[in-house]
Design a protein around this ligand. Structure first.
Ligand code: ATP
Ligand code: MG
Length: 562
């Protein structure tokens, strides 16, 4: 294996024991700490507040805060708010909330826009050194004179303006003398550089727009490639961890750090983005889904946003576990969505209480049972401390229609005419007869119960293979279940307009009934509905109106241990 690569299967996935060897970023950091080059690590998570965070950002968060936690360093949350047009306070707040949800604590909360004055003075430094010039070419002209990978670019006719003229024009840009796009400030590097990013990149542009933080104070804004290294240097970031697409920008990053007279030199290291199969994570795309009302909002349970995932019921620990299992690699790859689901299932298997619910009820009358009783049923066999709950039982229960077959196939262990089955946590029952309507649909099943077969004290001697869930017909709770499929069609044409890629059946609502105790469930409570799946109480719930989201099914073909 390439020594820089730590592959997805590097984590040994086995219940609670995870042995993860060092990833290539940690190798670099440890070398820097051991050599004394770095005393204390300082990392940062630098989102642009132009949308909500998604699962891809969770990977970046886990890496940056992972370094903080592992090496007892610091990690800042810095909003990279250098583009006033797309940014908004709403996004700032949502990003903070999502990071807190994941359990990460930032050291400093910072805004790139707080450094605009410093960035401006860095630009002046470059102009004075003859390393930046005001250019009047249009964006189109700049693009057309940039050259290609095999052809050098063409020098701008404005490249040799004097320092004085550049200083004057740049200050006039700042004062608002020019319209958007009329002038830019460009770094004077090398129009023949084999790296296109080094061909006199634009470092400041004119944008007459109100900024969410600085209001109308500025009408010139620094470009990302200029702003980012300055932000990192000001904050004393030791390791500036970013995604692979910035690898080609690193020479420019270093150029800015070296030429702006900054006291500190951060080191940029790139890692592979997280890509998930059949999942579009770009904020632009997700925003369209929200704006065009194709989903319930940014936090729709089908969205790959962190707030969507949270509402879907995925535990924060499962998301972090997923990021750990995926690992940190230097090569881009794609991970299957069911890999994340497997992490969620593993987590919920240990943490979620079990309850009984029935989606398609058919009534069972237990003819020889009199009255009612309250049973004590175990909540979670995997819990550290076993607890129980009270479940009412009577002579009338509902079972799921799919658990009764008039003409069962061989090895059918659920209820069938003259057959036995155990009602989970209660008694063994035997089907004596059943009734159907004119369509042949079963409407009622009549059973007798085996009195000495009560779960926990069964002395009946009967060996019954099937165990099914049930709900007391006299005391239960009604609710709605939302079941989900992927938001995008799996086989859709990637180039088709996004509406053609949307799965029209990605959300279905069904009504269901469950144990009475569920009526007390609160928003965010998670359960395993025995033999059905994992569910969470949705925020659309109200008094006497319970709505559950399906978090994940009970089983999947994907085997994380393989
Ligand atoms: P998008 O393309 O979805 O709009 P972005 O990269 O523009 O995302 P930023 O707000 O700039 O979003 O991202 C903040 C940090 O998160 C950056 O360091 C970025 O590299 C990282 N990041 C974004 N998407 C992913 C991903 N899929 N995997 C890993 N890191 C990511
Ligand atoms: Mg970005």
């Amino acid at each position: 294996m390439d020594e820089k690569t730590v592959s997805a299967d590097n984590g040994v996935i086995n219940g609670n024991t995870q042995t993860i060897s060092k990833n290539f970023i940690e190798e670099i950091i440890e070398a820097d700490l051991n050599s004394g080059k770095v005393k204390k690590t300082v990392t940062r998570f630098p989102p642009e507040p132009n949308g909500y965070l998604h699962i891809g950002h969770a990977k970046s968060l886990c890496i940056n805060f992972g370094v903080k936690n592992k090496y007892k360093g610091k990690c800042n949350l810095r909003f990279d708010d250098t583009n006033p047009v797309k940014e908004d306070e709403e996004y700032v707040e949502s990003i903070k909330e999502d990071i807190k949800w994941l359990g990460f604590k930032w050291d400093k909360l910072l805004f790139a826009s707080d450094y605009f004055t410093k960035m401006y003075s860095c630009a002046i430094t470059l102009i004075k050194k003859g390393l930046a010039y005001v250019c009047d070419l249009t964006a189109e002209e700049i693009k057309n004179t940039r050259g290609t990978l095999i052809q050098p670019g063409v020098n701008s006719p404005y490249r040799n303006r004097s320092v004085e003229e550049n200083l004057l024009l740049f200050s006039q840009m700042k004062e608002g003398k020019f319209e958007d796009g009329k002038k830019v400030l460009r770094a004077k590097i090398d129009m023949a550089s084999p790296n296109l990013n080094m061909r006199d990149p634009v470092i400041y542009r004119i944008v007459h727009a109100t900024h969410h933080n600085t209001g109308d104070k500025w009408c010139i804004y620094p470009m990302y490639d200029f702003a980012h290294p300055i932000e990192d240097a000001i904050e004393g970031i030791t390791h500036s961890l970013c995604t692979l697409e910035f690898e080609d920008h690193r020479p420019l990053y270093d150029w800015v750090v070296n030429n702006c007279g900054l006291p500190h030199k951060p080191q940029q290291i790139e890692f592979a983005r997280l890509n998930i199969s059949n999942t579009v994570m770009s904020k632009r795309f997700l925003k369209r889904l929200v704006d065009e009302k194709k989903v319930l909002g940014w936090d729709d349970p089908r969205m790959p946003t962190l707030c969507g995932i949270r509402r879907r019921g995925y535990p924060a620990d499962a998301v972090k576990d997923f990021c750990t299992r995926v690992g940190v690699a230097k090569a881009n790859s794609e991970v299957e969505m069911n890999y994340l689901e497997a992490c969620v299932r593993d987590n919920l298997n240990m943490t979620a209480d079990r309850v009984m619910a029935v989606i398609d009820p058919v009534k069972v009358i237990i003819t020889n049972y009199k009255g009612s009783e309250v049973l004590s049923i175990e909540n979670n066999p995997n819990a550290k401390k076993i607890t129980t709950r009270k479940v009412s039982f009577s002579d009338e229960v509902y079972i799921d229609r799919s658990d009764f077959e008039i003409n069962p196939p061989p090895k059918y262990f659920r209820l069938k005419p003259d057959g036995y089955v155990r009602l989970k946590g209660a008694y063994i029952i035997k089907c004596d007869s059943y009734e159907t309507d004119q369509n042949g649909q079963v409407t009622l099943i009549k059973c007798s119960y085996v009195a000495d077969s009560k779960s926990g004290s069964d002395v009946s001697g009967l060996k019954v293979k099937g165990v099914i869930q049930w709900v007391d017909a006299k005391k239960h709770t009604k609710f709605t279940l939302r079941r989900f499929d992927s938001l995008l069609l799996n086989n859709a044409d990637e180039n088709a307009d996004f509406t053609a890629r949307l799965n029209p059946e990605s959300m279905k609502e069904v009504s269901a009934i469950g144990e009475k105790a569920l009526s007390k469930a609160k928003i965010g409570d998670r359960f395993q509905f025995i033999r059905v799946g994992y569910f969470v109480v949705d925020k659309d719930s109200a008094k006497n109106k319970l709505v559950f989201n399906e978090i994940v099914g009970l089983k999947d073909s994907f085997n994380v241990k393989s």
